[in-house]
Design a binder for this molecule. Structure first.
Ligand code: GLC
Length: 732
């Protein structure tokens, strides 16, 4: 169902302006007035109908989200608060805004939103890929570039960053988030909010923390499914990135589709009001997800849409995305006494506040510039390239098969992802265009050393049972010195509504690997995917495995740079890669079993294929001089932790130093290993640097209970960097 208003209602709402009649105080249009004053002056003059419309989001332009199809909307209501703007036609955007500003009584500008998830026209690696770079400044830059391109097309609000902690790779939306760790995701969330919004008003573009909250816990990795989440787990795993984003000044949140232990996120008073406003004093607004308000009925939480309207607004859900439930029922719910107008005023004030903070009242229109001057600027492509280089993770590299040197004369380039420009961008690719993407063959041919011959064969499809092209691939493999085999998922196999029961490569790709391996040629496997892939059967058959995720517009250039050694891989996993889906859930910050010497699988190793934090380089590093300022400390002491890292190889490289802790005995059991700090440093051959972390025990070493209190209890803690460990004791 899509939401548009019949023309009669449209005309009625417009005629309000003439019959309403009273003198309007336009002080709210004065840019020099404080925002809270402008909100107050405007809100005090709004009718109930105008307030309800501000809490309503409709559609304008085409929507290219394959999962939420809707026909083009050619009519809309000039009183609407927001639209999802599904094109980059800035003329259309300004024409719509002009109608809103001039045809409605109060001229409240429309807020144009869109899914700008990892780039707008210049496509960056997927967020999951970017989270493996351990470089927050690159993430901030990718969001800044995305906001500049999106803003130039008329978008004021992006439904990003997605910060759902995900530990189940069967859930396709893992590709949209920043991995399995709450601390890392919190750091990346702050970077993304800075990148999208900027740090001074008028903000560049409103960010939207989503999907609030614990959507990543969907049972069985089945999208939209029930999420059983204890209050304590909510606080120690799923809420921290949202707290970080709110602290960073994010202007909006989006509620999740999920039912949080019996109370769906879209009408969950605890998360939306007690936590978000009560504990965190969040002053922005929350929008529902696509039809998530109507789905309260499907969840069995409400009997009808009238009840959905009342329960949602009373829980703290401010804006209705697409459902049209608020405009259809809210005013009546006020009349029936189920909703107070004060509640509605609070929500409207939040929406108006964001519009003032974005400067929309003062500059409602987008400057019109030619596309060529706004998109794919060299600096944008350079940023996308750097992000792609640092996002790839070298999982295996036996016999130094990589980098490929000029001793190699014949390369067989095989696989269904070699030239798959559209798939190399990944899901949620906004206005990204396949023709802008450098594919893997193009990248390799551009960067290959003189005299190197590269032969290409597709070998098979991404996801079909056809093996008729194996022979051609086998032929070029047999006549090569090395095979670069590009496998993985299509764009549509990860992202929303893309759950898979298996983590194996789709189609006949694993058969192709088997056949190529039989030639005895060294195989370098490049994996394009939006989730963890099961390498259990594949790993023994290949020399090297490079996780390339979905790298975006500069994919081929970045991959070629790594393969030929012009860049040194520095990515590290932000998720744990299980051997098979049978190990799920598996993540690095697990709590201990009561019997550590038992409880192992009988059929496969209980360890994952690759742990969170794993990643190889073309150089090597040595960690020495691990020091901690205190053996014993009090809650008011700052602990200084330092370690010396040396590049002991022949290539310059970037190394991420991870600081972990373990709270050995606590009133709530704690993970065996918990990330509390990381820093990426660049080191030339034989260069060393001392990396120092300063820990404030209450902030950095406490844990949450089921009320969100941060507890720091006396006793033993273990601090860990690389292979070094140090016991420290918190005194009473
Ligand atoms: C989708 C997604 C959400 C997206 C929204 C608008 O269903 O769940 O992430 O921002 O609808 O497209």
């Amino acid at each position: 169902m899509r939401f548009t208003l019949p023309v009669t209602l449209l005309l009625t709402s417009l005629s309000l302006a003439s019959t309403y009649g009273e003198e309007i105080n336009f002080d709210y249009k004065k840019a020099d007035l404080p925002i809270e004053k402008r909100v107050e002056v405007l809100l005090s003059q709004m009718t109930l109908e105008e307030k309800v419309k501000q809490l309503t989001q409709g559609l304008a332009g085409d929507n290219n989200n394959p999962n939420n199809q809707n026909p083009k909307v050619d009519k809309f209501d000039a009183l609407l608060g927001s639209v999802i703007f599904g094109t980059d036609n800035v003329y259309e955007r300004n024409a719509i805004q002009k109608q809103v500003m001039e045809k409605s009584r109060l001229g409240i500008p429309l807020l144009f939103g869109d899914d700008i998830i990892h780039g707008y026209r210049t496509m960056f690696p997927s967020p999951l890929a970017q989270s493996c770079s351990w470089n927050p400044s690159l993430i901030e830059e990718s969001c800044r570039v995305a906001a500049l391109e999106g803003k130039s097309a008329g978008i004021d609000w992006t439904f990003s960053p997605m910060i759902d902690i995900a530990r189940d790779a069967r859930w396709g939306r893992m590709m949209e988030g920043y991995g399995e760790d709450p601390y890392a995701t919190s750091v990346y969330t702050r970077a993304a909010v800075r990148g999208y919004q900027g740090e001074t008003m008028p903000y560049r573009m409103a960010a939207c923390l989503k999907h609030y909250v614990a959507y990543g816990a969907s049972e069985g990795g089945r999208d939209y499914a029930y999420t059983e989440v204890s209050r304590q787990t909510l606080w120690d795993t799923y809420l921290p990135p949202y707290e970080a984003g709110v602290e960073a000044g994010a202007l909006t949140l989006m509620s999740g589709f999920n039912d949080i232990s019996g109370i769906p996120a879209t009408a969950n008073h605890y998360t939306l009001t007690e936590v978000l406003r009560g504990k965190w004093d969040f002053r922005g607004f929350v929008v529902s997800d696509w039809h998530s308000m109507a789905q309260l009925q499907t969840h069995g939480f409400v009997a009808d849409h009238a009840e959905a309207a009342a329960k949602s607004i009373n829980a703290g859900l401010d804006m209705d995305m697409i459902d049209g439930i608020y405009p259809a029922h809210l005013a009546n719910q006020v009349k029936e006494g189920n909703v107070s107008e004060k509640t509605i005023d609070e929500s409207v004030a939040r929406v108006l506040r964001v519009k003032f903070q974005l400067g929309l009242f003062d500059n409602p229109y987008t400057p019109v510039e030619e596309r060529e001057k706004r998109y794919l600027l060299p600096e944008y492509r350079k940023a996308a390239y750097q992000s792609a280089v640092e996002s790839m993770v070298l999982l295996k590299n036996d016999d130094k098969a990589l980098p490929i040197t000029n001793k190699i004369k014949n390369v067989a380039l095989i696989g269904p992802l070699v030239k798959a420009k559209n798939d190399l961008m990944g899901g949620w690719s906004a206005r990204g265009r396949a023709e802008d993407v450098i594919d893997i063959e193009e990248g390799l041919r551009k960067a290959a050393p003189k005299g190197m011959k590269i032969k290409y064969a597709q070998g098979c499809d991404i996801n079909s049972d056809k093996t008729d092209r194996f022979a051609e691939a086998m032929e070029i493999a047999r006549n090569s010195d090395i095979v670069i085999l590009c496998v993985g998922e299509s764009r549509g196999m990860s992202g929303e509504n893309t759950s898979r029961s298996s983590l194996s490569l789709p189609g006949v790709q694993e058969q192709l690997i088997d056949e190529i391996a039989k030639t005895g040629k060294p195989v370098v496997l490049l994996v394009t995917s939006g989730r963890a892939i099961s390498f259990h059967k594949i790993e023994p058959k290949v020399k090297s495995i490079l996780m390339t995720w979905h790298l975006g517009t500069e994919a081929g250039n970045a991959i070629a740079a790594l393969l030929f050694g012009n860049e040194n891989p520095s990515g590290r996993l932000s998720i744990t890669l299980p051997r098979t889906e049978g190990q799920i859930p598996i993540y690095y910050n697990m709590r201990s079993r009561g019997r550590r010497h038992q409880g192992f699988y009988q059929d496969i190793s209980t360890d994952p294929m690759y742990w969170f934090g794993h990643g190889l380089s073309y150089t090597s590093y040595d960690y020495t001089d691990f020091k901690v300022s205190h053996n014993e400390f009090t809650a008011s002491d700052n602990l200084t932790v330092s370690v010396n890292v040396r590049n002991t190889g022949e290539k310059t490289g970037k190394e991420t130093v991870f600081l972990y802790m373990h709270d050995v005995a606590a009133s709530i059991t704690q993970p065996m290993k918990r990330l509390i700090g990381f820093e990426k440093v660049e080191l030339k051959p034989n260069e060393s640097k001392t990396v120092t972390f300063t820990l404030e025990p209450q902030k950095d070493m406490s844990f949450a209970n089921d009320k969100g209190d941060k507890l720091l209890e006396p006793g033993k803690f273990v601090l860990m960097v690389d292979k070094h460990k140090k016991d420290v004791f918190l005194k009473k």
